[in-house]
Structure formats: C-alpha cells, structure tokens
Design a protein around this ligand. Structure first.
Ligand SMILES: *[C@@H]1O[C@H](CO)[C@@H](O)[C@H](O)[C@H]1NC(C)=O
Length: 304
C-alpha cells in the first residue's frame, strides 16, 4: 500500500516532467541518488543551453556515473527490431512495481488514439499537438565499451522512429548489416529534439547495448553532422550521421534560422527535414569492411 501511494503521489507531482526511453540497459535506471528509486525521473529532464560536459549524456546530474547492472544490455537484433518504453517516470513502466502503473501511454494514463490538442499536449509532456506532428526520436551507436571514449564523431544514428515520442512501447529497426560489438558491448544513445510546443530543448541519454545475430563485418563510417534539408533531399548529409546537437551553449552541430514549410520556426529533428529516413539507417556502412571482430579490445573504436 505504501508503495502504491508513493507511486501515485509521485506521478501526480511530475505532470510537467518530460520523457525518456526506459530499458534495463540504460544508465540512470535507478536514478542518481545512489540507492534504487523505482519512481525516478532523473533521466527525463530536458537539456537546454548547457555547456557540453553538462548536456552530453545528461552529465549535469551525473547520469553517466550510474551504469546499468552487469550483464544488462539493450539488445539490437540485426534485421529485426527492439522495443523500449518511453515514459515520464520509471514508475510508469514495466521496470517498476511489476508494471501495474504502466498504460499504453508514457504517463500511465489513458487517452484517445487520435489524441489532439491544438495548443499542445502537456499531459504527458510530449511537445506536440498530435501523433502526426511528433518530431521523431533516434538511437545511435558507438563501437566502444567505454562510455568515456564516445564522441560525436564515433556515435552514429542507426535507427529512427518517425512520429515519436507517442505511445509507451516504441520499437526501432536495426540494420541487417550491423557488425558485432566488442566483447564488453557498445555504447548507444537515445535522442529526441521536439518540434515546438514549448522550450526548444533536446534529450540525450546513454545505454549499454550489443548487436545480436551479426553476420556482417561492414564498419560504420565516420558520422557527419546532419543539416536542414527540408524539400531539398539532394542537400541532405548522405551516409552516417551524427546525432542532432542543438540549442546548447557549446557543442552544437547544426544551426537553423527562419521558418519551415509549415510556417513554424525551423526545428531540426530525427525526420526527413534533416535527411533521416524512418526505420533502419542502411546507408551508414561506409567504413572499412572486415574491421569488426568480437575479439577486438573492449575500448577499440571501430568507427574510423
Ligand atoms: C495535428 O496538429 C496540427 C497542428 O495543430 C494540425 O494542423 C493537424 O491537422 C493535426 N493533425 C491531426 C491528425 O489531428
């Protein structure tokens, strides 16, 4: 009963909280207090106008110092998909309380499938008016097991899901040609840059991940920054792309000004406006082939 009251109280308190992709392979799963918090929302807070060491992997509240339990990885099956839970609080996912406070939506509540609020949906805080307008989210991968070795230049977006965040269970497709990770796994990242509906912030979180069923040894090439290319596909960055780093004090890799085709302020996102197709990013394998080997040292960076 105590636990139940706690869950209800906290989720009611955090209506203004934002969203993160939850999985047992994430950093910060238990929160950043040092003890297990089944109601943590330490990872969901947005990143806006911060210095790079504070926004990178949510460093401002030390998320990178709280790795997942040994052996817990986000598993990436080649040519198939994996599922995470997008939610505003761990208490509203299957990772706490046996999932009893989880619903189809990110905040444990129920809404119509065609949920639409012209002035922006704020419960849950999805930064959108409706599903069509949801900006898109992505996962990226770095072929190192050491989170400290990850840089924008070796962290490549490998999958995108248009029209998210939306419902809690969200699946992403893995390219069939993803090579295996080093023995200690890879480091992955989840990213979201909303399109309007509030502060133009971003989300950037770390995970331990590993590719399963890999048969290819094609390496991912060095990712380049995405550029705004709405209505001009030839102008998009081709091949592997970095995540979007925007509206921070430093470390930004994209700049936009003016209005988009819909008449809103341009807001770069994981969608076709920045040259990201929906689903697996199959054009990223531009590195040297044969570079991947599960016997490689755990800190070797295969992206060159
Ligand atoms: C989604 O919201 C936009 C902006 O308010 C609106 O133009 C559009 O018609 C909405 N779409 C749906 C399917 O409700």
């Amino acid at each position: 009963m105590f636990v139940r009251l706690l869950a209800i109280t906290l989720s009611a308190t955090f209506v203004q909280a934002h969203l993160a992709a939850w999985h047992k392979g994430m950093y910060g799963l238990n929160g950043v207090s040092g003890s297990i918090n089944y109601n943590t929302d330490d990872v969901v807070h947005p990143l806006y106008q911060l210095p790079k060491d504070q926004w990178w992997f949510h460093g401002y509240n030390n998320v990178p110092d709280f790795p997942p339990a040994d052996g817990d990885f986000l598993e990436l099956p080649v040519g198939k998909s994996f599922t995470v839970e997008i939610a505003s609080n761990r208490g509203e996912t299957s990772l706490s309380f046996g999932g009893q406070y989880a619903s189809a939506w990110p905040d444990g509540q129920t809404y119509p499938d065609d949920y639409n609020v012209e002035t922006c949906i704020t419960s849950p805080n999805m930064h959108t008016q409706n599903e069509t307008r949801a900006a898109g989210t992505a996962f990226a991968i770095s072929y190192t097991s050491d989170i400290k070795q990850v840089t924008p230049e070796n962290l490549a977006v490998f999958t995108v899901r248009y029209h998210t965040p939306w419902k809690r269970l969200t699946s992403y497709d893995v390219p069939a040609d993803m090579p295996a990770c080093p023995a200690g796994g890879c480091i992955c990242a989840w990213g979201w840059v909303p399109n309007g509906c509030g502060q133009p912030n971003m989300y950037h979180l770390p995970y331990r991940c590993k590719v399963t069923g890999a048969t290819s040894t094609k390496a991912i090439g060095t990712p380049k920054p995405p550029v705004w290319c709405e209505g001009n596909p030839d102008g998009c960055t081709k091949g592997p792309k970095q995540m979007i780093y925007w509206n921070q004090q430093d470390g930004n890799n994209i700049e936009v000004d003016g209005y988009d085709a819909a008449g809103d302020f341009k807001s770069p996102a994981y969608n076709d406006k920045c040259g990201f197709p929906d689903g697996a990013q199959n054009d990223i394998f531009t590195g040297a082939s044969g570079g991947s080997s599960s016997s490689s040292s755990t800190t070797k960076v295969l992206i060159v």
